[in-house]
Ligand binder design. Structure first.
Ligand code: ATP
Ligand code: MG
Length: 590
């Protein structure tokens, strides 16, 4: 019997299957997009440069660039820069940076060498304008002179058909002249607008997006790239399909809220095709469900509010679900790509648990992150029978499964730092770390990892009853890795650093930004769900070698989790660390 029959998973294709891959594979088989000098799959990621990218955008980036990579195609980065009031160069720069950091680029090796597919909708302003004149000439667009209020009232709603504008039958020549005058700056913002006329009865279409959608509006605004060349700007629903077609996109992939825009997308491209504006076939739009991630908000507007209200320190605050925030927090590009793959793409709305993203970064870092020791909540340990001026060199592997990564060196001394919760004055059941002697019962025995076995002999307290030091004796013949050291059988095994040469460092313990798994669902006030404990800053003691850590270096702090040297605040010799994620999913238990 074949192995595949027994184990169907063994026969599964290497690539995760999803409905978009199925569509692409059908198109490849049918030769739908076979065109001279062009790859068969061309996708694009079309951000509006009005904010920072977030984890939802990361899903779309990994999807679009990933499909292009997997099918030998190309993916364009295109700025949808048609809204001059809200767009800034700062956003363009960070978006470019974020997409590159995630591991993608927009170069394509074509028959004539390298092509760079970084585009802007504003590159097409001349063509977009020319096509608008074409639509007017064909009777498919007219200049409307209603006020914004009149237009809104006449648009109707889901239950009521719209009402035709009194300007709907304006002669083509008149619309054309007025549109040219709009372009020439003869009118004020909002005085006139260019609208599509899809059909005679379009204003009663059940799809609101088909009711004479606006395609050009007057905006006397400076544009980041075109300066003051234009005072009319094309609308998104008009610009987007045309940009796709001009770039020869094959599969235009977007989120589900654009489903109702698809009939206009198709109508516009079909209508303009008749004017010979595009290479055929024109692109097709496909929708997938957006990422909703628990304990996270993915709306640029709401993220901006967090920044502007000072709830976080900036767009790159490690608590932010922005790509710059995830990066500063210590997430790797690989972990985000893994996450995008794991959650897949579907057409049904749902919520992905934050623990899925956290699991991906653990999975990525476990095999590669060097190990290190950090005491986050220090308590002094005094080894009473170890001389004050002596030190005993100890070492251990940088990574337990990768001997090639070398060893770490540190000293055992009389005074050490241990975690405060590695001592209990009155132990609970099953507690195996330090507990003091009681009556004729000796104190507990604990191995100081990579060092010696010790036995608790007592502890010190201050006038307020706080434990200030734990006292132990060590067993000279118990050093880890020496013959006979395993004669000592102890249940407790803890980490420590030498107080004499520990590196004092600021460590930021991050938690989720919200306490509610769906902080803004159903119109809830997400500001009311902020987690007051999303950031705790501690002064920790680290093994001395950590002074060489530089920004963006990631470690596993044994028993604590994964940490990164903060890329902004770390100084040479003085790193600051961010907790990326704890070792295990502890959130559920809280
Ligand atoms: P926001 O609503 O936060 O302003 P947006 O969708 O308007 O975001 P764009 O810059 O227009 O932001 O988005 C670029 C691309 O990213 C679009 O194709 C959009 O569909 C996709 N996208 C945005 N949010 C998500 C999400 N949560 N999950 C998946 N894709 C997303
Ligand atoms: Mg958008």
């Amino acid at each position: 019997m074949s192995n595949d029959k027994k184990n169907p998973a063994a026969a599964a294709p290497a690539l995760p299957s999803n409905f978009l891959r199925a569509i692409i594979e059908n198109d490849l088989a049918a030769g739908t997009h076979t065109r001279e000098g062009l790859p068969n799959v061309i996708t694009r990621f079309p951000p509006e440069p009005n904010g920072y990218l977030h984890v939802g955008h990361a899903k779309s980036i990994c999807l679009n660039f990933g499909l292009a990579r997997d099918y030998n195609g190309r993916c364009h980065l295109r700025f949808d820069d048609t809204n001059p009031e809200k767009e800034e160069q700062e956003y363009v720069d960070t978006i470019i940076d974020s997409v590159k950091w995630l591991g993608f680029d927009w170069n394509w090796q074509g028959p004539n060498g390298n092509e760079v597919h970084l585009h802007h909708a504003s590159d097409y302003f001349d063509q977009l304008y020319e096509m608008a004149e074409y639509l007017i000439n064909q009777g498919y667009a007219y200049v409307d002179s209603q006020s914004a209020e009149e237009m809104a009232a006449n648009r109707g709603n889901f239950n009521t058909p719209g009402v035709n504008s009194p300007f709907r039958n304006r002669p083509r020549e008149e619309s054309l002249q007025m549109f040219r005058d709009m372009k020439a700056g003869k009118y004020k913002d909002g005085e006139h607008i260019l609208r599509a006329k899809i059909s005679e009865d379009a204003m009663s279409s059940p799809n609101m997006n088909m009711r004479d959608p606006a395609i050009y509006r007057i905006r006397h605004e400076h544009h980041v790239r075109t300066g003051n060349a234009w005072c009319i700007y094309p609308m998104y629903d008009y610009t987007h399909p045309i940009s796709d077609a001009l770039e020869n996109i094959t599969h235009s992939i977007c989120t589900l809220e654009f489903q109702d825009h698809r009939p206009f997308y198709d109508w516009l491209l079909e209508t303009l095709s008749k004017g010979g504006f595009f290479k055929l076939p024109v692109p097709k739009q496909y929708e997938f469900s957006r990422l909703n991630l628990t304990y996270v908000i993915t709306s640029k507007r709401k993220l901006r509010q967090l920044v502007e209200d000072g709830v976080v320190t900036g767009w790159d605050d490690p608590r932010m679900p922005t790509i710059v925030g995830l990066r500063r927090r210590g997430y790797t590009p690989e972990s985000i790509q893994l996450f995008a793959e794991r959650i897949g793409v579907t057409k049904s709305d749902g919520w992905i648990d934050m623990s899925t993203l956290e699991g991906c970064v653990r999975e990525d870092l476990d095999p590669k992150a060097p190990r290190a020791t950090a005491v986050l909540r220090p308590l002094k340990l005094i080894v009473e029978n170890f001389p004050a001026d002596a030190s005993e060199p100890c070492s251990c592997p940088v990574h337990p499964h990768h001997p090639e990564m070398g060893t770490r060196q540190f000293n055992f001394t009389r005074e050490l730092w241990i975690e405060a919760d590695d001592f209990m004055e009155t132990p609970t059941k099953g507690y195996f770390r330090y507990t003091p002697p009681v009556g004729d019962q000796p104190g507990s025995r604990v191995r100081l990892r990579h060092g010696f076995v010790t036995e608790c002999t007592g502890y010190d307290k201050d006038e307020n009853g706080n434990v200030t030091a734990v006292r132990v004796k060590y067993f000279e013949d118990s050093k880890s890795g020496t013959p006979g050291s395993d004669n000592y059988k102890v249940k407790g095994n803890i980490h420590w650093v030498s107080a004499a040469d520990a590196l004092e460092a600021e460590v930021r313990l991050y938690d989720r930004l919200f306490t509610d798994p769906q902080p803004d669902a159903g119109g809830k006030d997400f500001m009311a769900a902020l987690n007051p404990n999303a950031l705790e800053t501690v002064t920790a003691y680290l093994e001395p070698g950590m002074k060489n850590a530089v920004g963006d270096q990631r470690y596993q702090f044994e028993r604590h989790g994964y940490f990164v040297a903060d890329r902004v605040d770390s100084q040479p010799g003085k790193p600051v660390f961010n907790r990326i994620v704890t070792l295990k999913d502890s959130f559920a238990a809280k």
